[in-house]
Design a protein around this ligand. Structure first.
Ligand code: CA
Length: 233
């Protein structure tokens, strides 16, 4: 009986601690990836799905709070365990307010960490990601896939990212800067052309189904509210 391994992402810039965590969790049969700064973590989390994120707060490039804020803004409900040397009540509250699920202060023992990891994964499995809907379109934020009338639609990870931002703000104008910010790491060159290309491709794939992305000249893009969205409210 093979059960697919649970996937964990560790975000920790202290190499000794990161290495110890990776080893210990791998020996407990988790599939473990590691990011050593916040920008890298943000990119990895935009593209992939994890069962749990273990997140340090003090990180280069993008701090842990910002990584968490972006993750939740994308609609992800992946459980997040914050790991930090900061131990003020204020820090705890801030982390939990931003959507962290648990909090462990350094130094900690590995058995305690592992117990918390198991508990969070159990909780996460009963919850799952969120589904965004827009007319006939459904976007599964955890599984990173899109269905049109229940049929899978072939979209790249970036196209799904653009669509997700537009769906989250359906009926409102989203400018290119906002899209770029959601899609790219902090230090990456942001290209307005790239955004135009993704929107163009999305239009080609979605317009036959009556889903319209309007260009509001000088302002940005707007995903039009569906003509009928299946309920009478
Ligand atoms: Ca740190």
């Amino acid at each position: 009986m093979t059960v697919p391994a649970m996937r964990l992402l560790i975000v920790e810039d202290d190499p000794v601690l990161a290495d110890g965590l990776v080893r210990s969790l791998r020996s407990s049969d988790y599939a473990v990836d590691c990011a050593t700064d916040g920008g890298e973590a943000d990119l990895i989390l935009s593209a992939g799905t994890y069962d749990l994120v273990i997140l340090d707060l003090g990180l280069p490039r993008l701090d842990g709070y910002e990584v968490l804020r972006r993750l939740r803004r994308r609609g992800s409900r992946t459980p997040v365990l914050i790991l930090t040397a900061l131990d003020s009540l204020e820090d705890r509250v801030k982390g939990l307010d931003l959507g962290a699920d648990d909090y462990l202060t350094k130094p900690f023992d590995l058995p305690e960490l592992e117990a918390r990891v198991r508990a969070l994964i159990r909780r996460g499995q009963s919850g799952g990601g969120s589904l965004l809907t827009h007319g006939a379109l459904t976007l599964d934020t955890a599984g990173r896939r899109v269905l049109l009338d229940g049929e899978p639609l072939e979209l790249s990870a970036r196209e799904i990212g653009v669509l997700e931002v537009l769906m989250l703000r359906s009926g409102r104008v989203v400018n290119k800067d906002q899209l770029a910010e959601e899609l790219y790491g902090w230090d990456e060159e942001v290209s307005a052309n790239a955004i135009e290309v993704y929107v163009h491709r999305l239009r080609r794939k979605l317009e036959p189904a009556g889903v319209t992305i309007r260009t509001i000249r000088g302002l940005g893009y707007l995903l039009e509210k569906p003509a009928h969205d299946g309920n009478l409210s």
